[in-house]
Design a protein around this ligand. Structure first.
Ligand SMILES: NC(=O)c1ccc[n+]([C@@H]2O[C@H](COP(=O)([O-])OP(=O)(O)OC[C@H]3O[C@@H](n4cnc5c(N)ncnc54)[C@H](OP(=O)(O)O)[C@@H]3O)[C@@H](O)[C@H]2O)c1
Length: 254
């Protein structure tokens, strides 16, 4: 695909991987819109990359998603790419009644339902564009082998991986290309609970994922598994139960 002169909406583009992709795609000559819930983070992002357009939006809320679609298509009618990137991760313990499952933030709404609904909103608009368009879903290596401490997160990413494959098949003969980028562990705010427990923060820089996303679009490489996430994808084919056990032991430091 062409990776310049696109108009791109990146959900959750104010920090981490979303911001790195926003910066990379602006540098490559694209117009980039980002959204998020915290105005302070959107303003910080705009200070770092002044060309960005920003919008406050909670994508976990259905009517806010619809409003985001209306705003985007009326203010930026040339929009031709949607990056479903916004995500949250929670440690949820089903032994203690799953606290956090239904508090103020829902992983199912943010990571999965919003990506599906925003795709449903934007795809009919993209199908009418007279140029190539893209839906880019950010999944995770944990879509392939789950980590038990974040069970709902892993389920949402496995679900998004599955949805992405079906969507790609449905749109195969159209102008809308469907990409999946599955990062390994990346140094971002996502792991705030582990950080709060003073676990050292591991992971690759967000800029590495952003570069991989740009390359994937350029080469029409529809499924891009970044770095060590490849090990998890391979493992899920060979011996999923064994690697699930091993991953959880490694994560627990045993
Ligand atoms: N970090 C990793 O190790 C890793 C690995 C694999 C995949 N990923 C995926 O990469 C994506 C980006 O995560 P990240 O690592 O860059 O974490 P991050 O720095 O925490 O970024 C998440 C972004 O999503 C936004 N967001 C969260 N909930 C939202 C909502 N309801 N509405 C609108 N925006 C929302 C956040 O802004 P506000 O809080 O201001 O809304 C933030 O800008 C996620 O889908 C994540 O699952 C990350």
């Amino acid at each position: 695909m062409q990776t310049t002169k696109n108009t791109i909406l990146i959900t959750g583009g104010s920090t981490g991987i979303g911001l790195a992709m926003a910066e990379t795609f602006v540098k490559a000559g694209n117009e980039v819109l980002i959204c998020g819930r915290r105005e302070s983070k959107l303003l910080e992002a705009k200070r770092k990359v002044p060309q960005l357009h920003t919008r406050i939006c909670d994508i976990a809320n259905k009517s806010e998603r619809e409003e985001l679609y209306r705003w985007t298509t009326s203010e930026f009618p040339h929009i031709n790419m949607l990056f479903n990137n916004a995500g949250i991760q929670k440690e949820i313990d089903f032994l203690t009644g799953a606290p956090g499952l239904y508090d103020d933030e829902s992983e199912i709404e943010t990571n999965l339902a919003a990506s599906i609904h925003l795709s449903a909103l934007f795809i009919p608009y993209f199908l009418q564009q007279k140029k190539e368009c893209a839906v880019v879903n950010i999944t995770s290596g944990l879509a392939f082998v789950p980590l038990k401490i974040v069970p709902v997160y892993c389920a949402t990413k496995a679900g998004l991986h599955s949805f992405t494959m079906s969507l790609r098949s449905q749109l195969a003969k159209t102008n809308v290309h469907v990409f999946e980028i599955a990062p390994p562990i990346v140094k971002t705010e996502l792991h705030r609970e582990a950080k709060a427990r003073k676990q050292s923060q591991r992971g690759i820089p967000a800029s590495t994922v952003a570069k991989a996303a740009l390359k994937a679009l350029k080469n029409n490489q529809y499924e891009t598994i970044v770095g060590q996430a490849k090990v998890l994808k391979g493992a899920s084919r060979i011996a999923p139960g064994f690697f699930h056990h091993l991953l959880n032991k490694v994560a627990a430091g045993q």
